[in-house]
Design a protein around this ligand. Structure first.
Ligand SMILES: C[S@@+](CC[C@H](N)C(=O)[O-])C[C@H]1O[C@@H](n2cnc3c(N)ncnc32)[C@H](O)[C@@H]1O
Length: 253
């Protein structure tokens, strides 16, 4: 087993390197393959997804599910093999304002994938709003926290390969919630961050939201330092969670 992350340094024309390339590519397993393994090997009883889009991250899910997106463009079966699927065509903020996931699912959220609006403050709200309905061992997976190119970092949606500034949430969680176990994986193309040892009763992110955002709205990747961020992420290889036995070493529901 190779626990080292798969980084690729820039390849291609050495005479005209891309100045906007941030110095890493992530070549672990594709993020959908990793998520599929979480479902296959851990068999969560319930799943919540923020940001469904065409449904690629819903396709393989077989447990009762809540899917939230202000604009679904489903290209997959709406029902799949799931006993129940609740679609909410709204923003995640409005969903949490108006609905109780536990009432819908008859259970806490076992696994969540947060892949909605790629603005750090929105992901931060998605995180604490989701955690409230989780168990300690539930897993909240964040997408797009490892940008590899400057063009991905814009806060305005620039289409494909857009990560926005959600990477800040990893720093915020480490600072304000050191109790959470965070693993960042080299899942292609822009990483997966898996959070467990959650505390549904914690209010520190919610209570400090204004102060957190006052500080972090002024910081960008340039001022924070990409290499510093990558080092702090301590990126691990998706090889470490490729089989049932391996994944269960780190996660159990
Ligand atoms: C990157 S796509 C999700 C991709 C999908 N999870 C996948 O893996 O194929 C992001 C989605 O977030 C949705 N979105 C944008 N703003 C949102 C919000 N405020 N709340 C929830 N979803 C939002 C967009 O409509 C878009 O469909």
């Amino acid at each position: 087993m190779n626990g080292k992350p798969n980084y690729g340094m820039q390849s291609g024309n050495l005479q005209s390197p891309d100045q906007n390339f941030l110095g890493r590519t992530l070549s672990g397993s594709h993020y959908l393959e990793v998520l599929k393994n979480f479902h296959r090997y851990l068999q969560p009883r319930t799943y919540l997804e923020i940001g469904t889009n065409t449904g690629s991250s819903l396709d393989y899910v077989e447990c009762p599910t809540i899917a939230i997106d202000p604009r679904f463009i489903l290209k997959t079966s709406a029902t799949g093999n799931r006993p129940a699927t609740f679609f909410f065509q709204t923003t995640s903020d409005l969903f949490f304002r108006n609905h109780d996931p536990i009432r819908l699912l008859n259970d806490n959220i076992d696994l969540a994938f947060l892949d909605g609006l790629h603005e750090a403050e929105a992901l931060l709200r998605d995180f604490y709003n989701t955690e409230k309905y989780c168990n300690t061992n539930s897993i909240i997976v964040l997408h797009d926290c490892v940008p590899t190119h400057r063009s991905m970092l814009s806060r305005a949606d620039n289409g494909g390969g857009w990560t926005g500034d959600v990477w800040k949430v990893v720093c915020i969680l480490k600072e304000y919630r050191p109790d959470i176990n965070i693993h960042t994986y080299d899942a292609a193309p822009t990483g997966l961050v898996c959070c467990t040892n959650l505390n549904p009763n914690s209010t520190s992110l919610r209570d400090n939201y204004s102060d957190i955002w006052k500080k972090w709205s002024k910081i960008d990747m340039e001022s924070y330092g990409y290499e510093k961020y990558i080092t702090e992420c301590d990126i691990e290889s998706t090889n470490l969670i490729a089989s049932s036995e391996e994944i269960r070493r780190y996660y159990w529901l």
